[in-house]
Design a protein around this ligand. Structure first.
Ligand SMILES: Cc1cc2nc3c(=O)[nH]c(=O)nc-3n(C[C@H](O)[C@H](O)[C@H](O)COP(=O)(O)OP(=O)(O)OC[C@H]3O[C@@H](n4cnc5c(N)ncnc54)[C@H](O)[C@@H]3O)c2cc1C
Length: 461
């Protein structure tokens, strides 16, 4: 009798659908995430080589499939469409398609069909007065496998697996990166390309880089106490340690959320607990007719609106692929609730540029920012937010050189400077596009009172 041992074939397919343009003309994947993904695939290959196997890589869904395809179970529309296309492309009878649920860290204390799931975050988190995470058991991380621990084919057996390759990664045009993104990407993708020095930190892709992030060195030998102050610092916008910056690695599957949760518990046990470490671990609102203004939208994307906090954050995103949570909330609120431009334009722009793009986190947060969750609409007062979270203007000056000599009194409201002050502080305020001005006047926004279309309360914060 012949015994056939099950073998797991490690394959990475670059899916061209991820690199096309959307109907609104946005790249699905911009250069930052394309590079992060490349780094991550290279790192995965290195790790598999380290345990005697290898990674097969192909530009699209080619290759011989004759066993079981294991994949993450999806819930969102484009991802489900990809699953359906893959299922129907599989030769009948020769291959099984097996989605596995991996979207939650532990069993939630809600019904399996989620019929008792609250709409808002606060009631979700505090079920019957107890924080939801205190009822959730997170399983311990699995030990790192060594050579021979996994049913992987040896490297030399994989070397002959044409048309898949284990030597080279596919060139970008083969993946289908759009022309516009390619121009940028070919620059960013140079191995030696340095990240923008103004960014919060470099983000190399791959598990090795994630584990080297010292925030995770909750490790007791050399503890990093940034975690202890997370609750106080998490609304920051400058520097590496106001938040974990794990999101890009989590979004790409380079870092296990179970491992992060485990390290946090270990840290809390050994050092100190923090109120907010629990973090680590479709629109239903009323109809709103969004305005359409391509020029204004472009100014928002370019950080050229004349609203310093929004502009600084949008320039950071454009230059680095990252933006703080505080920044994301403000720029999203400003686009949807102040400019009343279509929030989906903003969500698509984020999807293209964010290193940590995740379909649920991005689109879910945008739905909420646009006031479409069915609950209270939270409209950010940008000037108040600027003064609360960037009191001395260090963040806006970091990204807006036009305002570098403008004192704190005016830095968040430069339009309030008179002509003499503009002269004195070297910043002329004027019409957007006017060569004689250094920084634009902000667009006129609708007062709160004219804000129709929402059935629910509007709260300013
Ligand atoms: C409009 C908008 C779009 C967003 N798009 C994304 C996205 O595409 N991908 C993404 O991972 N996050 C997204 N977020 C959530 C949040 O801004 C980022 O997760 C966070 O800024 C990443 O930085 P960090 O890893 O240092 O987070 P930390 O503050 O250190 O938090 C630790 C982890 O918790 C999770 N997390 C934190 N805040 C949120 C949140 N509000 N919603 C969901 N998860 C959260 C992330 O996985 C994060 O890495 C978005 C928020 C807004 C307002």
């Amino acid at each position: 009798m012949i015994t056939i041992k099950a073998v797991v074939l490690p394959v990475f397919l670059f899916d061209p659908r991820q690199y096309r343009r959307t109907a609104r003309g946005c790249d699905k994947t911009g250069p930052f995430r394309a590079k992060f993904l490349y780094d991550s695939v290279l790192d995965l290959r290195q790790q598999l080589r380290g345990i005697g196997s290898d990674l097969l890589v192909a530009p699209r869904g080619e290759g011989d499939t004759h066993t079981t395809i294991l994949c993450q179970e999806q819930v969102t529309s484009e991802e489900l469409r990809v699953d359906r296309a893959l299922r129907s492309a599989l030769p009948a009878g020769s291959c099984q398609f097996k989605p596995v649920w991996g979207g939650s860290l532990s069993e939630l204390p809600y019904r399996q069909d989620l019929s008792d799931l609250p709409d808002g975050f606060t009631p979700f988190r505090n079920k019957a007065g107890r924080p939801v995470e205190s009822r959730c058991e997170v399983r311990a991380p699995i030990k790192r496998p060594g050579n021979g621990d996994l049913p992987l084919p040896p490297a030399d057996a994989l070397a002959a697996a044409a048309p898949l390759s284990c030597t080279a990664l596919p060139p970008l045009p083969e993946i289908g990166l759009s022309e516009a993104a390619l121009g940028e990407a070919s620059r960013t993708l140079r191995r030696d390309a340095a990240p923008d020095p103004r960014g919060v930190m470099p983000f190399p892709g791959g598990e090795a880089a994630a584990l080297a992030r010292h925030y995770l060195a909750i490790s007791l030998a050399a503890p990093c106490d940034a975690l202890a102050t997370y609750f106080e610092t998490r609304n920051g916008m400058l520097g590496a340690d106001y938040s974990s910056k794990f999101a890009p690695w989590l979004a790409h599957g380079c870092l296990s959320p179970r491992q992060v949760a485990h390290e946090c518990r270990r840290y809390e046990g050994a050092r100190v607990q923090n109120k907010s470490t629990y973090w680590m671990g479709g629109p239903i609102g009323s109809h709103q007719s969004w305005r359409s203004d391509a020029q204004l939208l472009q100014r928002w994307k370019d950080g050229e609106l004349g609203v310093p906090l929004v502009d600084a954050n949008m320039r950071e995103l454009k230059a680095t692929g990252f933006m703080s949570n505080r920044g994301r909330q403000n720029v999203a609120s400003y686009l949807a609730l102040d400019l009343q431009l279509d929030w989906r334009e903003g969500a698509e722009h984020f999807e293209a540029l964010l290193l940590d793009y995740d379909v649920c986190s991005n689109w879910g947060n945008w739905v909420s920012a646009a006031g479409l969750t069915g609950g209270r609409v939270n409209r950010f007062n940008i000037v108040k937010q600027s003064k609360d979270y960037d009191a001395d203007g260090a963040y806006v000056r970091h990204w807006l050189p036009e305002l570098k000599d403008v004192p704190s009194q005016f830095v968040h409201e430069p339009w309030k400077m008179g002509r003499a002050e503009q002269e004195r502080f070297g910043c002329r305020i004027g019409t957007h596009g006017d060569a004689a001005s250094d920084y634009p006047n902000p667009p006129k926004i609708s007062p709160l009172a004219s804000y129709h279309g929402f059935r629910h309360d509007i709260m300013e914060s």
